[in-house]
Ligand binder design. Sequence first.
Ligand code: PLP
Length: 364
Amino acid sequence: MNQHVNQHVNLDDLPIRDDLRGRTPYGAPQIDVPIRLNTNENPYAPSPALVADLAEEVRASAAELNRYPDRDAEALRTELADYLGHGLTKDQVWAANGSNEVLQQILQAFGSHGRTALGFEPSYSMHPIITTGTSTEWISGVREPDFSLDPGKAAAAVEEHRPDIVFLTSPNNPTGTALPMETISRVLDVATGMVVVDEAYAEFARQGTPSALTLLPAHPRLIVTRTMSKAFAMAGTRLGYLAAHPAVIDALLLVRLPYHLSTLTQTAARVALRHRAELLGTVDKLRQERDDIVDWLRGKGLTVADSDANFVLFGRFPDRRKVWEALLESGVLIREVGPPEWLRVSIGTGEEMAAFRAALEGIL
Ligand SMILES: *Cc1c(COP(=O)(O)O)cnc(C)c1O
């Protein structure tokens, strides 16, 4: 450490907000190992042709980097609306640096001190972190033992707590299952605040699984969030987006930082959308690998949650840390997340999944 840094000062000595004291930051380990199956990225890198097109567009954008970006990302939002379909227009679409920033902007606009957000756990760990990061109170709702969400109980929890924001994650992370439309509808019927349906893994859902986008026309308080980090194979770009009533976008404009989406990010996202046939072309292969690994794990006598996503939650291990560490020693990094006794593996390439199977077989 720099010798001029006083080593006796730590976080607790700073006048940090009381509600941040004792917290730990989000921290999925980033470990450099051969097989990384821990953060649900798409394992397929962009093709040389896509990289070349991206480089060309970035070169053109670079000539204008002395200027601020399009503050409202109009062209990108128009193209995102076109991708989403359902008759959506750019006035109903918003974009930011990853869906995490989208979620944070929602919390900034609709949460804050004295307000509450409700989610049904186990679910995405960033929902409570972003909630409390904006001084909003987190309320933890429960799921059934098989991780499903009972529509009646979900609606009852919303009626009881009257949260300012409800999070529904479909397909859910880390458990993998998509929500029936009925559950989302029942919650919308009783919610007095905003309802956020986090569809980060929508493209991986089984054919015929409807999107909450279909509910938008009837529900001005519904927000559907999406991301380019998962199926779209663009996690490094940091581009998340949402669809909602235009009035919701007006609310987000009040809290977003001016020029939050850099020119380079907007360029990269637009190139990715143009190449969506290639980028989303790996989804079917990943779904097949997912179904294969579910069968294989069950064949080994393990318990596996049904998955509509590009990851699988499996267990149960009295000492899951030991299994996680043994896999890591074999060069396979998965995620120690979710309820105790369970582990989550992201779906990789065929070769990566073969390595995972071989390593786990040795441990079992
Ligand atoms: C990965 C993930 C996100 C995506 O976050 P980005 O900021 O877009 O990378 C959002 N929601 C859920 C449930 C996720 O698992």
